[in-house]
Design a protein around this ligand. Structure first.
Ligand SMILES: Nc1ncnc2c1ncn2[C@@H]1O[C@H](COP(=O)(O)OP(=O)(O)OP(=O)(O)O)[C@@H](O)[C@H]1O
Ligand SMILES: [Mg+2]
Length: 324
């Protein structure tokens, strides 16, 4: 990739959309989206029906947009779909594997379809199947595969032609927690070890935080947020205070802090203390006030730590404030 033109902080854009809109007869699946995706791993997050798969099919040139524009690796999705698909790997969301073929034959075939000579396709297929952890099962018919093995075979065929970008549609779908973590590690390594740009979708907001450099959140076809993962998780200026005991002790502390003029909310097992408005508690550190209150109430302090944003917070309604 070159660094020319309009670049973002992570290099030349791999994907760029402008006012991208897709309407189906009953629903507007994508609504006026301006997006820029750079190299590295980008998470595309949204609830069921948010428009993730529609976006991916448009980026592959398989589905025409209703209006607006989209470019992938510098190619126009409306007119250069074949050029895009030659350089992009795609892992579809649904099961698409022929049951009576083994993974080795299938991935070699997909490599041949992408234009690789037979010997090269065989070598690449063996490499990518080893990479996804299917080396031993590669001569078994895929109809007998578990969901986890099928997801791996789908990932292998997306990588066989050494693409510059892969579009992975819900690669963790149907996986148990351990397989999910393994799949996320594989996704991360596609980005870091092979330098292939990745756009990966999920409806689980928290799951992409660990593997993505950048996260895009869609809500009913609209862009809710697009930022570096570090911005999602930056410090909030709040303090999280946890005391020994149950919700009773937590609420006792929260109510007492509210009585001393601090704004607080319950957050899971802890009290979140918001930064005080300027002027209040001048000269007295909020941490000291929290410590004093814990001592006055004769509670056991477990921890005081700086609050950080979580990706989940993008959708979470604010908790009601605690009262004195
Ligand atoms: N071919 C189609 N015809 C009509 N409506 C469609 C079609 N494809 C998608 N839609 C609608 O567009 C919206 C977005 O669907 P899409 O499949 O892109 O969502 P998604 O984010 O991938 O959801 P999921 O997490 O369930 O896979 C939905 O309301 C869906 O019903
Ligand atoms: Mg989908």
């Amino acid at each position: 990739m070159t660094d020319e033109g309009d670049v973002d902080s992570r290099g030349a854009p791999v994907i760029r959309t402008r006012r991208l809109t897709k309407e189906f007869p009953r629903v507007r699946a994508l609504d006026d989206l301006d997006l820029t995706v750079g190299s590295g791993v980008t998470g595309l997050v949204g609830a069921n029906g948010a428009g993730k798969s529609t976006m991916i099919k448009i980026l592959l040139g398989l589905l025409p947009p209703t209006s607006g524009e989209a470019e992938v690796l510098g190619h126009d999705v409306r007119t250069e779909g074949a050029a895009i698909r030659a350089r992009v790997g795609y892992m579809p969301e649904h099961d698409c594997l022929p049951g009576d073929v083994n993974a080795s034959e299938f991935v070699v075939h997909m490599g041949r379809m992408s234009g690789l000579p037979h010997a090269v396709a065989r070598e690449r297929a063996a490499d990518v199947l080893r990479h996804v952890g299917l080396a031993e099962e590669r001569y078994r018919e895929m109809g007998g595969y578990s969901t986890g093995m099928k997801q791996r075979a789908k990932l292998a065929q997306a990588l066989v032609h050494d693409p510059d970008l892969v579009l992975l549609d819900e690669p963790t779908n149907g996986l148990d927690p351990t397989s999910r973590e393994d799949m996320l590690d594989l996704v991360r390594r596609i980005g870091t070890d092979f330098g292939i740009a990745v756009l990966v979708t999920s409806h689980l907001l928290g799951e992409l935080e660990r593997v993505s450099d950048h996260v895009i959140v869609l809500d009913a076809g609209r862009l809710l947020r697009s930022s570096a993962t570090s911005e999602f998780t930056e410090t909030t200026g709040t303090l999280l205070v946890e005391v020994l005991g149950s919700a009773t002790e937590r609420d006792l502390l929260g109510n007492a802090l509210a009585g001393r003029g601090l704004r607080c909310h319950p957050v899971a097992g802890a009290v979140e203390v918001l930064p005080p408005p300027d002027g209040l508690h001048e000269g007295s550190d909020v941490r000291d006030l929290v410590r004093d209150t814990v001592i006055d109430l004769d509670l056991g302090l477990v921890r005081i730590q700086e609050g950080r944003h979580r990706i989940q917070d993008v959708f979470a309604p604010p908790e009601e404030a605690m009262q004195p």
